[in-house]
Design a protein around this ligand. Structure first.
Ligand SMILES: NC(=O)c1ccc[n+]([C@@H]2O[C@H](COP(=O)([O-])OP(=O)(O)OC[C@H]3O[C@@H](n4cnc5c(N)ncnc54)[C@H](OP(=O)(O)O)[C@@H]3O)[C@@H](O)[C@H]2O)c1
Length: 247
């Protein structure tokens, strides 16, 4: 079991799905966890999962697209807990359709939430992490950012952009003891994928060598590894967690 005792973490979009599983896993490893979501009620739900796992938690209603709120959230965590060791940029949405039918709003919402939001939170944590001369950031991307996917050009653009952020910041911050990595989940069973037609699910299954859809905790285990001491010499890389789907 990964030991993160004494550490503090911030997980964006920690109320449901993959984010909530990450919150639970980090909390179980002894980490204090701050959770953001779009409303106080959903953030409180994520924080409760951390408390149930035996950790201290904080909950913030914070739209990741709001730059001033990102600074406020990080400032409050640092004030309450004395620093921030781990950031997981997990909040994300999809607005799938063919590009010819995609509205400006579909493009802006997906790029601003998945890509710009991560950039804003990376920027907000940089100062406190540099002060400590240590820290670990994980950006939750997607295999779609590597392979592309018809009907997801907005999402694929945002998720591919996360690899650029990850590698650039790894180079920028490595000298200050801060590691930056990404995970690229495949098809994971959450609210995001629950609405997809049965035919899409069945089709995806035929492309997964390990023969099952992913569970949110499959991703959480990878994130917990990347932020732990076991990954002390790993930065600027992407851990693909997709049951072999992208092979
Ligand atoms: N599921 C998959 O197959 C899959 C595959 C590859 C990558 N991913 C990525 O994994 C991450 C988590 O996905 P998921 O499947 O767990 O999704 P999910 O179940 O739909 O949960 C999304 C989370 O993001 C939060 N969120 C959405 N928009 C936000 C905003 N503007 N500001 C703050 N928080 C916001 C939601 O908060 P509320 O509860 O308040 O709405 C929720 O906590 C996403 O980045 C997604 O792109 C998922």
């Amino acid at each position: 079991m990964t030991d993160l005792s004494g550490k503090t973490a911030l997980v964006t979009g920690g109320s449901r799905g993959i984010g909530r599983a990450i919150v639970q896993r980090l909390a179980s490893a002894g980490c204090r966890v701050a959770v953001t979501a779009t409303s106080q009620k959903s953030a409180d739900g994520g924080a409760a999962a951390a408390v149930d796992a035996g950790s201290e938690a904080l909950a913030f209603a914070a739209d990741v697209r709001d730059s001033a709120r990102a600074q406020e959230v990080v400032g409050e965590i640092v004030e309450k807990w004395g620093g921030l060791d781990i950031l997981v940029n997990n909040a994300g949405i999809t607005r799938d359709t063919l590009l010819m039918r995609m509205s400006d709003e579909d493009i802006d919402a997906v790029v601003d939430t998945n890509l710009k939001g991560s950039l804003l939170y990376c920027r907000a944590v940089t100062k406190p992490m540099m002060k400590k001369r240590s820290g670990s950031i994980v950006n939750v991307s997607s295999i779609v950012g590597i392979t592309g996917n018809a009907g997801q050009s907005n999402y694929a653009a945002a998720k591919a952009g996360l690899f650029g952020i990850t590698r650039s910041l790894a180079a920028e911050l490595g000298g200050r003891g801060i590691r930056v990595n990404a995970v690229a989940p495949g098809y994971i069973q959450t609210d995001m994928t629950n609405d997809l037609p049965e035919a899409v699910r069945e089709g995806a299954l035929t492309h997964i060598p390990l023969g099952r859809l992913g569970d949110p905790d499959d991703i959480a285990k990878g994130v917990a590894f990347l932020v732990s001491e076991e990954a002390a010499y790993i930065t600027g890389t992407t851990l693909v967690i997709d049951g072999g789907m992208s092979l």
